[in-house]
Write a new protein. Structure first.
Length: 250
């Protein structure tokens, strides 16, 4: 895959994906309910990870077939093992390569995926070519993240630099603005954000060191600060996520 998924597919990364599903489940559900009439033939969930978003697509959109697509064989295996619904399947495939499995589709959905891939607008246009007449591409992407000063903001600065070094725009939303859409706000409690961030930092720490993005002491300081916040100590302000939600018709 062009670009690299910064947050990995380890056991810890899978736990983090479960937390992401909890945090963003309500906003994703509202988007899908608004954008996709129930029914239809095939829905594709690109960058499905261990299957949380795919199961949400199947539940909300109720197509005859839902297919999760991911570049990680490990995530695909985990998704299959935890999804008993025979109408929901998973396949290992590079989402930048066409044709997409299961195409042509009625729905192509991607949540927090384009941040890790180059040329987000171009990819959306390519995915659009995989739709049936009347179908839609539905995108949930980060427009901005506003973290309070301290280790939460320090973490954000680090991860933005790392994602950029690996070929993606952490905040893909502004690049997608010409496609329209609406921005919605998700407030994430500081302790919950610190839990997600701490899991991520443990996953990509060695890569950040290899790219000389921070010193070991800096990373230790951020990790320790995130652990304190995750335990309920320190700042109680929320992290403000702004998501750009886009619906692109065939």
């Amino acid at each position: 895959m062009a670009g690299r998924y910064t947050f990995g597919d380890s056991d810890l990364a899978a736990q983090r994906m479960a937390l992401v599903a909890e945090v963003f489940g309500a906003s994703s559900r509202a988007l899908l309910e608004h954008a996709v009439p129930p029914g239809g033939g095939t829905a594709l969930d690109l960058g499905c990870g261990p299957g949380h978003s795919t199961r949400l697509v199947a539940e909300v959109c109720r197509p005859r077939r839902t297919l999760g697509v991911d570049g990680s064989e490990r995530y695909v295996e985990l998704a299959r093992a935890t999804t008993p619904d025979p109408a929901v399947g998973f396949v290992h495939h590079d989402v930048t390569r066409l044709p997409l499995p299961g195409a042509p589709a009625d729905v192509v959905y991607a949540r927090l995926l384009l941040a890790h891939l180059p040329d987000p607008p171009g990819l959306v246009e390519r995915w659009r070519s995989q739709l049936r007449p009347g179908g839609v591409v539905v995108v949930d992407e980060v427009e901005s993240i506003e973290a309070p000063p301290g280790v939460l903001r320090d973490y954000e600065d680090l991860v933005v630099a790392l994602v950029a070094a690996e070929g993606g725009p952490m905040y893909a939303g502004p690049q997608l603005a010409p496609l329209g859409g609406e921005c919605v706000e998700v407030l994430v409690d500081a302790a919950v954000a610190a839990r997600m961030y701490g899991m991520n930092l443990a996953t990509w720490r060695d890569r950040a060191l290899g790219l000389d993005l921070a010193s070991p002491d800096d990373l230790d300081r951020v990790a320790a600060g995130l652990e304190r916040l995750a335990g309920g100590h320190g700042v109680r302000r929320s992290v403000r996520w702004v998501l750009r939600q886009i619906v692109v018709p065939a």
